[in-house]
Structure formats: C-alpha cells, structure tokens
Design a binder for this molecule. Structure first.
Ligand code: 13P
Ligand code: SF4
Length: 351
C-alpha cells in the first residue's frame, strides 16, 4: 500500500499518529539515518547518546528506534518491561555486529584463557549482539562506544593486564595506539581460522583485536586522503576511528560521530573540511553549514545500506502497527541475556 502512497501523504499520516500518541511515543534516531526519517526524530544522536536517552526515558510506551538492530536491542535492555521497542525494518542489521557471533566468541575466549590465563578482560563495542554483551557482562567486562573508547580502554587496564576488544579491530587499534600501546603489542583474533595473528612475543601482547570491521568506514583509503590533499591542500581531514589505522594516521583529526558533528558545529565560517564517515550524515552536515566548505573524503562512498533500510514507508508501517494495536517489528531480548548484558552496559554508563 505504501508503494502507491504519495510522500506528502505518508508524512502527514506520520505527523497525525505522532500527534495522537503524544508522549506515549518516542522516536530516537541515529545520525546516519536518512533526512526523510530524521525530520520525525524526538532525539538525534550517536550510539552512546541514544543508549543514554533510552535509559532515561520512562514515559514512552512505544519506542520506535530509527537505527540498526543492535541499537534497538540496547534500547530494549535499558528500558522497563512496560515499554516496547520497535525496529521499523527488521532487516536493518549491522554487518560489523554480524562479524562476531556468540559461539565464535566463546570459543575464542576459551583459547585466549589457555594462552593468557586470567589476565584478560573483554571490552565490547556497542555495535554487537545482545548475546555478546552478555558474554562481556558475565566475564567482568564492559561495553564501549566510539565516544568513550579511550576512557573505557583506560578503565579496562585498571582491571586486567590485557584486553580483548570486539568486534571492530579498527576502533580498538586506533584507541589503544593513541593511548600509547605500540602496534607490536596488539594481536588480531581471526574468528575464521580460530587463530591469533601477531608478530613479536606472545607474552608482550596487551590488546587482542577481533578481526571485524565496518564496511562503510573501512571503505575510506589512504589514496582518498592523498587525492584530497592534492586537490584541496587547505582542507582539514576528519575521520571516524572505525577507519583503518593507516587512514587515521594520515588524517588530521579522528573521533566519534558526535566528535565530528561537534567539531564542525564549532568550526569557524570559511573553514574547509573533508569528512570520512557515513554519507547521510555528511550530506546533512554539508546542508547545515553553507558558510563552510565541506566534502566527503570519498564522494563515491555509499551510505550505510542497513541504516538506509529505515525509510518513510517503514516508519509509517511501524507507527500504524502501534496505532492499530497490532503486533509486529518488536525487539525483545531474552531475559537471561538482558540480565548479563546490562552488567556490561551499566559498567559503561556509570563511568
Ligand atoms: P557511533 O554512533 O558511536 O559514532 O558509531 C558509529 C556507527 O557506525 C554506528 O553504527
Ligand atoms: Fe554497522 Fe558500519 Fe553501518 Fe554503523 S555504519 S551500522 S558500524 S555497518
């Protein structure tokens, strides 16, 4: 039915339902969502901010999460039993989160304990399944996001000698390196071969990185940076730490989605920037700052395809499910998993 509906009609239906449900409805929206969805957001933020607003909201009965599956799971785990979380399109996953499943993780943990004994603590990027957050919680570890990664890595080293960072090797490597840990003291856990990849001495290893990545951010290359430097030598290059080490090294600044948004907001008129992050956000930043020259670090980059699955028809569909009192698109994490996963989320949120 949505295929034949005019855009304006869908927008007006969404406005009507929002108006009718009032405070019973809450729509958190990640920065990487499309503009057509962002216009209806009650709160826009990065992963950490959205986890915090979900935890703080105890009014809304219905939380329609415009982001990806792991974010909706986190929102469900941090809200009360009286609140229901919906994902407008159940296919909106995250390829990075899918790179670490719980069976591979448990197997890795057994092997790492054999090598390192009880000297390791897991540190899990929120871009992961609830089951992996639960694994982290029951093993004394914590969650981390790109905006608190340094703080959380420092905390992890107050607990144990070594850390097991999953599933994004790049955020783990970039964060640890900036805290002074040399690359030789980092190893990579390959979940496909079930082996640890490293050069140097195993006893010197301080950080074990899961071999996962973000398909969007890993797409930025050193060649992209070189081309921008050649064409626009005056530009400041700012990238997300999910980009690989080599790209971060040749860029001028790196930081979380929030850091990028805040940096451009605070930049003086007339300044010029090349941004290495998701395209929907870069396009929005360009539109919001006509007084600055802003480009994407790679103009041919695709947006995050799974974030993009949430569109106007899917948002309206989820809202109509609520309006009609039907059941569908609900994200409900198993109780036992929630209990342990919340331990790892709480350790992060309390810091
Ligand atoms: P942040 O929102 O923590 O910057 O993470 C980026 C991301 O890739 C979200 O999926
Ligand atoms: Fe996952 Fe990367 Fe998309 Fe974020 S941008 S949802 S990490 S694939």
């Amino acid at each position: 039915k949505y295929r034949t509906m005019e855009l304006a009609e869908m927008e007006s239906r969404i406005r009507d339902i929002k108006g009718k449900l009032g405070e019973k409805l809450f729509i958190p929206c990640h920065h990487y969502q499309k503009d057509e969805v962002v216009q209806f957001a009650d709160s826009i933020g990065d992963s950490l901010q959205l986890a915090q607003v979900a935890a703080a909201n105890n009014k809304a009965e219905h939380i329609v999460f415009c982001g990806v599956h792991f974010m909706a799971e986190t929102a469900d785990m941090l809200t009360t039993d009286k609140q229901t979380v919906y994902l407008p399109d159940m296919r909106a996953g995250c390829s990075m989160a899918d790179m670490a499943d719980i069976y591979q993780t448990e197997e890795a943990w057994v092997q790492l304990q054999e090598i390192f004994g009880d000297t390791i603590i897991p540190l899990t990027y929120v871009n992961s399944t609830a089951a992996i957050k639960a694994f982290t919680g029951r093993n004394g570890g914590a969650c981390v996001t790109s905006s608190n990664a340094k703080k959380m890595v420092k905390w992890a080293f107050t607990q144990k000698e070594r850390l097991f960072f999953l599933p994004d090797q790049h955020l783990g490597r970039n964060t640890a390196f900036e805290l002074g840990i040399p690359l030789e003291q980092m190893a990579v856990w390959n979940p496909i071969t079930g082996k640890l990849e490293f050069e140097g001495n195993v006893e010197d290893i301080k950080v074990i990185l899961w071999k996962g990545h973000c398909s969007v951010h890993q797409g930025f290359t050193v060649e992209n940076v070189r081309e921008v430097r050649e064409k626009y030598p005056e530009m400041t290059i700012i990238v997300h730490p999910e980009c690989c080490r080599e790209v971060v090294e040749v860029s001028d600044m790196n930081g979380s989605t929030k850091f990028i948004v805040d940096t451009i907001n605070a930049a003086p008129a007339g300044s010029s920037w090349a941004i290495g992050t998701e395209m929907n956000l870069v396009k929005r930043i360009i539109a919001e700052h006509p007084d600055k020259t802003i480009i994407s670090l790679n103009e041919n980059m695709c947006p995050c395809l799974t974030m993009n699955r949430i569109d106007l028809p899917h948002l309206l569909w989820a809202l109509e499910i609520i309006e009609n009192g039907e059941e569908g698109n609900v994200i409900k994490v198993d109780e036992a998993i929630t209990k342990e996963a919340v331990l790892s989320l709480d350790r992060m949120l309390s810091l």
